[in-house]
Structures are given as structure tokens and as C-alpha cells.
Design a protein around this ligand. Sequence first.
Ligand code: TYD
Ligand code: MG
Length: 454
Amino acid sequence: MAKLKSVYFCSNCGNESPKWMGRCPACGEWGTFVEELVGKNDSSNEEDTRSFSGIKSQPLSLGEIKADEEPRINLIDTELNRVLGGGLVPASVVLIGGEPGIGKSTLVLQTLLKLPHIRSLYVSGEESARQIKLRADRIGIQNENCLVVCETNLDQIFTHIKNTLPQLVVIDSIQTVYSDALESSPGSISQVRECAVSILKFAKQSGIPVMLIGHITKEGNIAGPKILEHIVDTVLQFEGDQHYMYRILRSIKNRFGSTSEVGIYEMNSSGLREVINPSELLLTQNHEGLSGVSIAAAIEGIRPFLIETQALVSTAAYGTPQRSSTGFDIRRMNMLLAVLEKRAGFKLSQKDVFLNIAGGLRVSDPGLDLSIISAILSSSLDISIDRNICLTGEVGLSGEIRPVNRIEQRILEAEKLGFSSILIPAHNLKGFTAITAIKIETVRKVEEAFKRLF
Ligand code: TYD
Ligand code: MG
């Protein structure tokens, strides 16, 4: 039995210390040290001789190394393939993080079920086999090649893998797995780290890709040390509002592809459906003649989509006006309100302002500014904005409209959806040569945009 010792870990960065400290010297965070009991032969022991393939490494010159693109595993799911950079890379470890109930287990299970020719093993430490069966029934795909096991002991998991020889492994979730080599409880920093390192080693030596599911803390970070994210090859984040059906899958880190891709899903009664054309879904409601609504041509990652921004402005009933924003940064909204006060005589202190981005999506694209500021003014004046106009542009502090990225894609998306004109920042027109059916109007200042719209 290994001798126990007490060590302290920073819950933010995983830094280890023999004594408690108020501030982590590695990452500078305060009050993050937690005590854990570990065996003397724990994770820091690098001489782990466990080998899965028995192959010893050999130094090679760069000229000898074959650099052919390794064939990726096509996961059928177009959104997941896209976010991973064109499919799953063999021998890679992918971490999928997200809030409870967002649909992580559903996403991985349906992905496995859609692969009839790939032998896969779904290891669950959270649910019983029966619960997984019920979920599979809801998804409604039969697949004899998808094996399920409920297990949380890491060595047992490796034994199951050796016995079943799967081509793809899913572990749901990394926080429930524990290794006998450590005394600390499952989910503790040292356990999560040790298990993740062993799993990575396994994946690299066996060539079998592993998908890990990770929990999210209250602050929205993947629970466990930050190094968990450094250990794995790819980190995906699954986001969305549980009360809405749309979910966004973002790539936060990807050793084999770009991190600017996003996948969009819709949760329905039979699992998650890929949303190939998000604009069409986000714009279906007809608000002809309603004030406070405008359409923005936004970019999320490198994907253009049109989204409805809605604002409601009313006279403040109490002394302090209310400000509320769903799906958009409230500080940025306050900045836009201040610009409105300066440029359009909007009386900040007398109005309640509520803002909403349709579909429960959270969008951080600054190109949304022009649409938001217009929606607020539209509600304040009670004049509707023409439904055939689409807006894009960042608003600066002095009311200038600043250029946005990927303007061609935004314009083409608006054109594709049948908008008759689009308002874009004047600076963006430079170098734009494509001939479009949509009328492109340029604006330099918010005042110009307001004159055009109202
Ligand atoms: P789940 O995948 O268990 O989330 P997580 O693993 O991230 O905690 O699923 C979350 C929710 O999705 C759950 O409340 C039920 C719902 N759901 C559907 O709406 N349709 C479905 O087909 C399935 C399987 C789940
Ligand atoms: Mg789950």
C-alpha cells in the first residue's frame, strides 16, 4: 500500500504544493488551494511502465517521417466533423465540456449509434445501462456495434477495452473515473489529472481515439485543473440555454484543426439534430410591422448567420431603470445605450431596456452592435424597421460604424435569404468587388443609419 501524504493543489491551474498558500504562485489566483491525500507513487511518477502496444519510441530525422494526412474517422454528424476539423483523428483525445443537462451524453451516444461499421465502447460512470438504453431508444437508432459498460475504475476500464477491442471509446464523464494508484476521491484534481494522463497515454499508444465528457463549474470552466485542457488534444464546449432548443458546439482548442468552427444543433424529442442552415431557423417568425426588431448579419466562428435582435424600451416605473440582456454582453449594451443618448437624444435614466437575441443563442460578434442599437431605437420611437433590411457593423464610442470581419460571407448570407438590402460599414466596401443582387448600403455614423432606417 502506498504511503499517504497530504498535498495541496491549485484548483485553477493544478499547481502542486506541500503546504497551503493563500495565493497560487503559478497562476496568481487567490484562495484556490485544496488539500488532497495522495499515495507516494502518484501521478508525478513518470516511470509508469504500462504499455498498451509494446512499441518503443525511435528517434527519426524529419526527412524520414511520413507526413501524409492521417485518414480521419468520419463521424457522419456533419457539425461534429466540422468542429473537429474534418472528422475524428485516430489516437486523439477529445474533451467535451458543458453544463449538466445540455445534451453531452446525448451527443456522444447518438454519434456512436450513427456509426454502424465502427466498434465502439461507451463507458458510463453517471448512468445505469438501463438509462442509456432508454436514451438510445429515444434517439431511435439500432447499432449492435456500440457496447455499453458502467464502470468508474480506470484499470477496469482498460481491461474492458482490451477485452472488447473497440475502435472508438467514450468516457462519460472524466470526473467520475478514478485510479487505484491514488487515494483521493473521484473528481478531485489529482484523480482527474492522473486519469486524463493515463487515458492520453493509452490513446497515443493504441491509436484508439477517446472522447471524454467533462463537467463545467459555476464559472463556466471545465471542472478540474486547467491542465486537463492542456493534456487533451481537443476541447469542445457545448453551450446553449436549456430552455431553448438550440445548442452551439464550439472548439476551444484543437491540435488538428481550426478553433473558429462552430456546430449548431437543435434538441428535439429524438436527440440532437444538426442545423445545416441556421439562418432559416432563426428567422422563421414573422414580425412584420413590429417595432424593436432588427435582423443582424452575424458571424460565429467563421460561420455566417442571420439572427433577430429584439429590444423593448419602456418608461422606467421606478427610480432606477432596469437593464436586462439575454444572449448579449450587458456591459456592451450599456455602452450602446450611452452612444444612443449622445447621438439620438435617448434619455437613459428614464427608460427600462430589455434585450434579447432570438433562439437563446449567446453571440459575441461585435458586428451585432448596429442591429442592437437600431432595435433599441426602433422600440423607443415605436417605429418598425423594414423586414427586408439586414444590418451589420460595430459601433464605436463616438458613434462611428467600424468595419467587421468576413463581410463577403455576411453579405452573401443575407442575399441567399432574400433580403433586398444590407447596411454595412463604409470601410468594409473597400476591396469588395463581387456583384450581388442585394443592395449594399454603406454607413459611417449611427446617425446616417438612423436616418436611413427611420
Ligand atoms: P443529456 O444528454 O443527459 O445531458 P448531459 O449529459 O449534458 O447532462 O440530456 C439532457 C436533456 O436532453 C435531458 O433533459 C433530456 C433531453 N433530451 C431530449 O430533449 N431529447 C432526447 O432525445 C434526449 C435523449 C434527451
Ligand atoms: Mg450526461
